[in-house]
Design a protein around this ligand. Sequence first.
Ligand code: NAX
Length: 325
Amino acid sequence: MKAPVRVAVTGAAGQIAYSLIFRVAHGDMLGPDQPVILQLLEIPPAMGALNGVVMELKDCAYPLVAGIVASDDPNVAFKDVDYAFLVGARPRGPGMERSDLLEANAKIFSVQGKALNDHASKDVKVLIVGNPANTNALITLKNAPNLNPKNITSMMRLDHNRAMSQIAEKAGSHTTKVEKVVVWGNHSATQYPDISYATVDGKAVKSVVDNDWYVDTFIPTVQQRGAAIIKARGASSAASAACSAVDHMRDWALGSNGKWVSMGVFAAGNPYGIDENIMYSFPITCENGQWKIVEGLEISEFSRDMMAKTEAELVGEREAIASLL
Ligand code: NAX
């Protein structure tokens, strides 16, 4: 058995965490020989519920769980962590404008960025899930100057997995046969799920599906999938979000084996001319614990336009919280 690693999860009494923590404890993220110490963060009113989650974790008697810390203090929850899932966020309340939402979350993520900066392992891998995920990640990054900006990412994997599943279903194939899907931009309805390079069963997806389906059905279905799930389930995506968070961190830590994934990353130095001061989702490969943007892709006029729309939204989000950066 290896020495345990420390994994923080915020929003630990919430619905995504209720799936995520148990998947991590089971070894789905780092494998069956990697013990974990779980460091769970909540806000004071949710500490009772978090205690219930801790009781259930203990009752699972997981072989890989080497310790559990539950706290309402980010300085405690992030102490020496190697991996951090920032899931907890302020949801939109009645009468709240988008700018109020951005600002309320900016406050949360600036505190958590500082706490990570001061207390986490210098190599910590951070994944922001709480919405607006990309801009929350930007705030976290700006408040953690001693961490490598490459170690802070935001979750686009759910959008990526949704796109793969739509393609597999349409082609009568399986997600394992779908490669080189990209979701560019923001985790929002402006995201651009792109099939320009994608293959299914080794054939170009563009030769398997018609362009009308791509533009009129596929893109809006992936963009609106979160809303469709809320409508059907009466609650937002939780198990699928947890699954994607595990996929993201696993591939980042253990490698994607040449497979393309989509990750929200700090755009500094990106090869596609995207604003360098936002968190933007690109096609990524991971190796040796590092991610890398897939370079040299030809960008069509349609793609350029779609990429610019989602970029503009992220620039607008950054401007709405500029005073807090
Ligand atoms: P829940 O409302 O079930 O849970 C959120 C939990 O976070 C609550 O228990 C709350 O007490 C806690 N919390 C709030 N502020 C906190 C803080 N400052 N520190 C620690 N904990 C805090 O939401 P859930 O369904 O779990 O979703 C969590 C977040 O993920 C939401 O912001 C949601 O919008 C976002 N999502 C992001 C996705 C992505 O792909 N990036 C997809 C799924 C999901 O919609």
